[in-house]
Design a protein around this ligand. Structure first.
Ligand SMILES: Cc1cc2nc3c(=O)[nH]c(=O)nc-3n(C[C@H](O)[C@H](O)[C@H](O)COP(=O)(O)OP(=O)(O)OC[C@H]3O[C@@H](n4cnc5c(N)ncnc54)[C@H](O)[C@@H]3O)c2cc1C
Length: 399
């Protein structure tokens, strides 16, 4: 495989941009495409435009570590300012040349022989389907992208304006209207104080327990691994979303996820977790970009061991004491949140344990061979990380 490898990044929210910036600045690698189905970058911060939309975290904790910004105008950044910040990142790192906007990533099927993914995308404007290949695919599709309208009997006969807060009707004049808000999550908390300021606007809020996003147990893109199985099928077989370190899945070589299963927390900014994953992924992709290895695939054993440990920590957490959409079926396995501290996550992803991965050697003349022993340099690295793994286990016992 002598050609320069190509990386496909799916999604141009904070995760996709952080990944792209790291590839450019830390590996000096530019042969990647960020596929974005919308007409602009931004993800969450493009879609949520309701009055008062702001970050939940103090904004100084909610910026990329590469681009801290001392000049935020409020303690909690408002959407226009965060969106402008993201746009400035695109400009600063010239990411516009890597962006493929209005392009829905439909599928990526792994070709074991050629050691790459066959990709199909759809041009949202023309409807035309296109194909491409990539040696590495990185999902940054986010977790709040699919709003779900509440199932209320007769809602289809409602004659007024009806919309989800993440699809705000910016043309609607709320002045003098009777407004019913269904839900009591962070968004409602932000926009209700804004609309009650309007004269003669009557607001009633209805609260129940659920939040109104699609449960995060659906994987939106058809990614198929070396056995032809899709990620969605893998999740269903495993009784819900499951991954190694929330980042890799057995059977899916060179495929990485940002904000994968069990990576959300209520206490730590998403960006911090995503940047920890980005650093981990950089280390995984580097040997492939240097053509020393053509693919890495996480072992079932490592995935099982990690999930056993992580779900075991969940037993001591409060998450098991509530019915929540973060659990399968409301009260089943917890597949959304991470039960440990940010330090746990950082430590566990600080360096890949190469022995947790099956590598396929890169060979320019004889095609790819499965190579458990990898190259001599990789063996040394694996031995080094074996020692590190013992140290991690020891430190973890002390924590
Ligand atoms: C109002 C609000 C406030 C928030 N405040 C905070 C906060 O304070 N702290 C915090 O940690 N988090 C906060 N969040 C959560 C926020 O979603 C994340 O912090 C972060 O922005 C997620 O970035 P992302 O790139 O992972 O996903 P997203 O922002 O969802 O971006 C994913 C992108 O992928 C694209 N995409 C999806 N599928 C495809 C496909 N098939 N093909 C091509 N493109 C695709 C989408 O169009 C989107 O642009 C907040 C969310 C909201 C709504």
């Amino acid at each position: 495989m002598n050609q320069v490898p190509h990386i496909a990044i799916i999604g141009a929210g904070f995760g996709g941009l952080a990944m792209a910036i790291a590839l450019k600045t830390q590996l000096g690698f530019n042969n990647f495409t960020i596929y974005e189905k919308a007409s602009d970058i931004g993800g969450t911060w493009r879609d949520n435009v309701y009055p008062g939309c702001s970050s939940d975290n103090p904004i100084h904790l909610y910026s990329l570590s590469t681009d801290l910004r001392p000049t935020w105008t409020n303690t909690h950044g408002y959407q226009p300012e965060i969106f402008a910040y993201m746009k400035s990142l695109v400009e600063k790192y010239s990411l516009q040349y890597n962006l493929s906007l209005n392009t829905k990533f439909l599928s990526a099927h792994w070709d074991s022989e050629k050691q790459l993914y066959h990709i199909t995308t759809e041009d949202i404007v023309s409807g035309k389907k296109n194909t491409a290949t990539a040696q590495i695919a990185i999902s940054a599709v986010g977790i709040l992208g699919m709003p779900k309208m509440p199932e209320i009997a007769g809602i289809d006969r409602f004659k007024g304006f009806l919309f989800h807060s993440s699809r705000w009707n910016t043309k609607l004049d709320f002045q003098g209207k009777r407004v019913a808000v269904i839900g009591n999550g962070a968004s409602a908390t932000q926009f209700i104080p804004e609309i009650v300021k309007l004269r003669e606007t009557d607001v009633t809020q209805f609260c129940r327990s659920r939040i109104w996003y699609l449960p995060p147990d659906k994987f939106p893109v058809d990614i198929r691994g070396c056995k032809g199985t899709s990620i969605q099928e893998y999740y269903e077989f495993e009784g819900g979303p499951k991954a190694h370190l929330g980042t890799t899945i057995p059977g899916f070589p060179n495929f990485y996820m940002l904000s994968g299963p069990n990576t959300a927390t209520g206490y730590s900014p998403v960006l911090l977790f995503e940047e920890i994953q980005v650093k981990y992924i950089l280390q995984m992709v580097q040997p492939v970009l240097q053509s020393r290895v053509s693919s890495f695939e996480v072992t079932v054993k490592a995935t099982e061991a990690y999930n056993h440990k992580m779900q075991g920590m969940m037993l001591h957490s409060a998450f098991l004491n509530c019915v929540s959409p973060y659990r399968i079926g409301g009260d089943g396995k917890i597949t959304f949140v991470f039960p440990g501290s940010t330090a746990h996550f950082w430590w566990w992803l600080k360096r890949p344990i190469w022995g947790d991965y099956i590598s396929v050697c890169s060979s320019s003349d004889s095609g790819a061979d499965t190579d458990e022993s990898a190259s001599p340099s990789l063996v040394k690295v694996m031995a080094g990380f074996g020692v590190l793994a013992v140290a991690v286990a020891w430190v973890y016992k002390l924590l």
